[in-house]
Design a protein around this ligand. Structure first.
Ligand SMILES: [Zn+2]
Length: 510
């Protein structure tokens, strides 16, 4: 279990009240015995004037509960966070700040590190919700076998932009676009520009799932894209690769793709441990050929043997859990507890919006629900009772923040509210009907907050959402483009398949 989120500074959550009541009452408050509000409830509060967030202007979050996620800082109550340029400059009480700093009133709110989604097939966002009833078999049948060729570059641009806007709105400041439909440079550059134009942080995981990687990775398009758009690794959008390899055989035809990845310093993300599709052999092949790399991210991993988990643990690689996906689609049961027991670093992901939302609060809850649920189920099957839950709210909060940063190799620069790190911050209202009274900001953030509480989102020191509203016109533009794209795709798919896909037939064991 992780204690980073639970360490509090001496003041506890109710400093103002404590100073009135005295030390004895303060001690009771810190123990959870007294609940006070430091600001009027949101519904009753007067609207606050929005400060201007001109480029380069420092920003200070004042009098806020800070979930730093930094083991040395823990949770800081009634504190300030100062951002100058792209970075977090200081965390503390009554900070001295530059005279021109924009002030965000943090009373009645929590500030947390931006959340990170490490596996999302953004291209499918333009057909959001279409596959709500699908299994993974339905998904392959419709999207893989029938529709993928219908996406044009402009559809990929629209989908990426909309998906990123959804990220910003939900407090997800970094998203891995696990692309699968990049049929060449013009497709890849379109999808990349959708990521760049959002203003948020992303990783384009360049992929084409309809041919083995050795057939497309070395063809020149990836190298050209890296040269022309990703020459720097210190920019909001960075590049890596995505493929699955031969998942059930002891063979390694994809060696040229791996050699390319290593030569170009591009990490690789793979679907792994997926029932009937990606088996332990995938990992054994990597081991035998020297590509079980610490930069690898393995997605799902529900069906692996314990010895394979040991191999991943020893390699330094990370695992992305997409619990909503695994529970609904059937790749294998979310393996969070087992992965955690092997001390493999974990991040969380939403997979695809053709089924689910890109809400990381939902991802955290699904992860906990699945893990606690299976523990209770197994215990009850042996007529036993689980006395204490294994996985904790602090664990999944770390998976959704620092865990994501670590998975991307950005852990030293992102993932916690630590002075010197890049300023990717989310202000979550804690004075709403679903959040008051605030007793434990960590557990309430996980089990009670939702994207409606996301008030302010900052990426790389820039405010992209404030007072619950997206700044600028990116959303309206993304919506317009996505609706145009949907019209095109629906026409190509045809009304019959469009209707049939939303009502998959009776389930039969295959
Ligand atoms: Zn996936």
């Amino acid at each position: 279990m992780d204690k980073d989120w639970e360490k509090a500074d001496a003041g506890g959550p109710h400093l103002r009240r404590r100073s009135l009541l005295g030390a004895a009452a303060g001690a009771a408050a810190a123990a959870g015995g007294i609940v006070t509000a430091t600001a009027p409830a949101r519904a009753e509060a007067a609207p606050r004037p929005a400060p201007s967030f001109a480029k380069g202007r420092p920003v200070v979050f004042r009098n806020v509960t800070v979930l730093t996620g930094d083991p040395r800082l823990g949770v800081r109550y009634d504190s300030d966070v100062l951002v100058i340029g792209r970075t977090i400059r200081a965390v503390g009480r009554n900070l001295s700040v530059p005279g021109d700093a924009a002030v965000i009133d943090g009373r009645g709110a929590i500030v947390m590190p931006g959340m990170i989604d490490t596996h999302r097939h953004m291209w499918q966002t333009v057909i959001r919700g279409l596959g709500a009833e699908w299994t993974i078999g339905n998904y392959f049948g419709w999207i893989y076998e029938r529709w993928a060729a219908f996406w044009r570059p402009e559809d990929l641009y629209a989908a990426a932009l909309l998906s990123m806007v959804e990220s910003i709105d939900a407090g997800v400041t970094t998203t891995v676009d696990w692309s699968q439909d990049l049929r060449g440079y013009e497709y890849a550059i379109a999808e990349a520009e959708g990521l760049f134009d959002s203003g948020a942080r992303a990783r384009l995981a360049y992929g084409y799932s309809f041919a083995p990687p050795q057939e497309w990775v070395t063809k020149g398009d990836v190298a050209r894209l890296q040269r022309e758009r990703f020459a720097s690794t210190d920019q909001l959008v960075t590049l890596q690769l995505a493929w699955d390899g031969t998942g059930t055989e002891r063979a390694f035809p994809e060696r040229p793709a791996w050699e390319f990845a290593r030569a170009h310093h591009l990490p690789v993300t793979m679907h792994s441990g997926v029932r009937g599709w990606m088996a332990d052999e995938q990992i054994l092949n990597l081991r035998d050929n020297g590509f079980l790399l610490p930069t690898n991210t393995y997605v799902h991993c529900g069906t692996m043997s314990e010895s394979t988990y040991e191999l991943i643990a020893g390699s330094g690689g990370t695992v992305s859990i997409a619990a909503e996906s695994e529970l609904n689609a059937g790749q294998g049961y979310p393996p969070t507890g087992r992965i955690h027991a092997h001390r493999i670093p974990i991040s969380l992901s939403s997979d695809t919006q053709v089924w689910w939302s890109a809400d990381m609060f939902a991802a955290m809850r699904a992860t906990l629900n699945a893990d606690r649920g299976i523990d209770h189920y197994r215990a009850h099957a042996q007529d036993k009772t689980v006395l204490n839950n294994n996985l904790r709210t602090a664990d999944v909060l770390r998976f959704a923040t620092q865990g994501g940063a670590d998975s991307l190799g950005l852990g030293a620069r992102l993932g916690s509210i630590t002075p010197g790190k890049l300023a990717d911050l989310v202000l979550v209202r804690a004075d709403t009907p679903s959040m008051v009274p605030l007793i434990n900001p960590v557990s309430q953030l996980v089990f009670h907050a939702q994207r409606g509480e996301v008030d302010t989102v900052m990426v790389d020191g820039r405010v992209l959402k404030h007072q619950g509203r997206m700044l600028g016109d990116t959303f309206s533009r993304a919506r317009r483009l996505a609706e145009a794209s949907l019209n095109h795709l629906r026409e190509r798919i045809g009304e019959r398949q469009w209707a049939e896909a939303q009502r998959p037939g009776p389930y039969e064991l295959g």
